[in-house]
Design a protein around this ligand. Structure first.
Ligand code: ADP
Length: 510
């Protein structure tokens, strides 16, 4: 089960992470597409403007000389410092930025060498040449063309990158949007969604803004957490359901076993006294017993066994009534001491006969209790019977009736103390369950159906009392029944109380 749960947990986490990835992709992909389309549009526009600008310049140049031409303003504003080359002379068309000197310096060795050795560049595509003049990146565009009189020349333009950026790319970017233009080296890029611009502006990229990415990250994290929480919840529910199922199955199996044992135990319990009654009755009837004392002993056995039988049948009937919710108690002002004394006296002969040292101690002036006399007697009988049944060498029974206060309520406490076999700690939790019998072999030696204590519990609960047990293995046990005192007697207080199930009291102590 644990392996299954772990497997499900891992599957849930993997699933949540995959969902997070696909969500991140869904959120970011449109921005990436927009950035790419802006970069593409910028490239197309750049190439178109560059081409027509270079052609325009060539169309106005008469020779490669400086004086031959004045800028006319039709070429793009980001095209700055224009030169021509006819194979012999380097002519300056316009050079506000660098002048002849600047170009010459720049042209050595890259441009000039290239111009001398590549007099005929293809007509259609301008070529970009990169360089660095005094720490500033310089990009030159050159293309072969023809001057006004049809001689082949090379037109060279210096690109003003700042203007290029402002007039070309920024125009395409919506202001205040989620995309921004950043100056960054390609190898320094830490934004996976950034789109590098065309080669003239290769240190520039269009990418979603930090704020936008942060916002999307939060959305993804939020959804992932929800997903994970749902996974954990589903898993926990599954585990709880499995746990409940296992418990229910175990309980059902235990109940089935208890019921099977119950039938066997009850039949045994009924048969033993009946067999004894019959045996001693027949012996007496045959008139073969001459001694009077022996006859008396047989009578006593018959009476004792029939009382035991009656008690057992009472327990079975009460148990059945309780199960069916038909058991009723008549609660009335009761002198508990009187009930205890009567019951104890009825047992004295049996206790003497069984070799018990026994005593009853009663405190003076105890409060009155609203109780069902018969039920209290029955509870006490069950406790005394158990003390007798579960005692071995140390045969001792002490019943004590005193005043006590529990949970802030005054009342009467009846304690039944024995020095018998005691109860194992693991059995104590189930002691008051119906049909429960400890697995201790010394318990199994004795007859019993596991109904006595559950009846005691029911009776005590109906009286709003408390039942607990203190026990040490081999040393003995003390069962305590606490009955709250009557608060005030009212004329209507004597009434039958149906056996509604009472709330469970944690009525046990180790
Ligand atoms: P039964 O005595 O018929 O088995 P009970 O409901 O009276 O059923 O008691 C339930 C179990 O509690 C007993 O089987 C026994 O294991 C344990 N028990 C009850 N009273 C005592 C006692 N005085 N000493 C030791 N064990 C006891």
């Amino acid at each position: 089960m644990v392996v299954l749960a772990l497997g499900l947990a891992v599957a849930g986490i993997v699933q949540a992470l995959q969902q997070a990835r696909s969500l991140a992709f869904r959120l970011m992909a449109p921005m990436e597409v927009r950035a790419r389309s802006i970069a593409d549009a910028a490239l197309i526009q750049f190439e178109r403007e560059l081409m027509s600008g270079l052609q325009d310049v060539a169309g106005f140049v008469r020779t490669g000389s400086k004086e031959g031409w004045e800028p006319h303003g039709r070429f793009p504003v980001w095209m700055d410092g224009l030169f021509t080359w006819d194979g012999k002379t380097l002519g300056v068309v316009a050079s506000p930025l660098y002048g002849v000197k600047g170009l010459k310096e720049f042209a050595e060795p890259s441009l000039k060498t290239r111009l001398e050795h590549t007099p005929s560049l293809p007509d259609s595509r301008p070529e970009l040449i990169y360089g660095n003049v005094e720490g500033t990146t310089v990009v030159l565009a050159c293309a072969s063309a023809k001057d006004v009189v049809g001689r082949p020349i090379l037109v060279v333009a210096n690109l003003d990158l700042d203007r290029l950026k402002t007039h070309l790319v920024e125009e395409l970017l919506p202001t205040g949007g989620d995309l921004e233009l950043v100056n960054i080296r390609p190898d320094e890029r830490d934004n996976p969604w950034s789109q590098q611009l065309f080669s003239a502006m290769r240190f520039w990229a269009i990418q979603p803004t930090e704020a936008f990415i942060r916002q999307q990250k939060q959305a993804v994290i939020g959804q992932t957490l929800v997903h994970l929480a749902l996974t954990v919840l589903a898993l926990a529910t599954l585990l709880i359901a499995m746990w409940v199922l296992v418990r229910v199955l175990r309980r059902e199996m235990a109940l089935a076993e208890l019921k099977a044992n119950f039938v066997a135990d009850v039949s045994h319990e009924l048969k033993t006294p009946l067999a004894l009654i019959r045996l001693f009755g027949e012996t007496l009837q045959a008139g073969r017993i001459s001694s009077e004392s022996k006859r008396q002993e047989y009578y006593e056995i018959i009476i004792r066994e029939s009382t035991r039988l009656a008690g057992l049948i009472d327990n079975i009937l009460d148990f059945a009534r309780i199960e069916a919710g038909r058991k009723e108690y008549v609660l009335e002002e009761t002198d508990v001491v009187d009930v205890v004394r009567e019951t104890y006296e009825a047992y004295q002969a049996q206790l003497d006969h069984a070799g018990f040292e026994h005593q009853l101690s009663v405190a003076e002036s105890l409060p009155s209790v609203r109780a069902d006399r018969g039920a209290i007697a029955q509870a006490l009988i069950n406790l005394i019977n158990n003390a007798i049944k579960y005692s071995r060498e140390e045969r001792y029974l002490h019943i004590d009736v005193s005043e006590d206060t529990r949970r802030g309520k005054r009342g009467v406490l009846i304690s039944v103390h024995d020095r018998g076999i005691g109860i194992r700690p693991e059995d104590r939790a189930h002691l008051f369950d119906g049909f429960f019998r400890a697995s201790d072999p010394r318990v199994r030696e004795e007859g019993g159906a596991g109904m006595g204590l559950s009846l005691v519990k029911h009776i005590v609960d109906t009286h709003n009392g408390l039942l607990d047990v203190e026990s040490r293995l081999v040393k003995g046990s003390t069962f305590r029944v606490f009955l709250p005192a009557m608060e005030q007697r009212t004329p209507s207080s004597d009434q039958a109380v149906p056996t509604k199930p009472q709330p469970e009291e944690p009525g046990q102590k180790a």
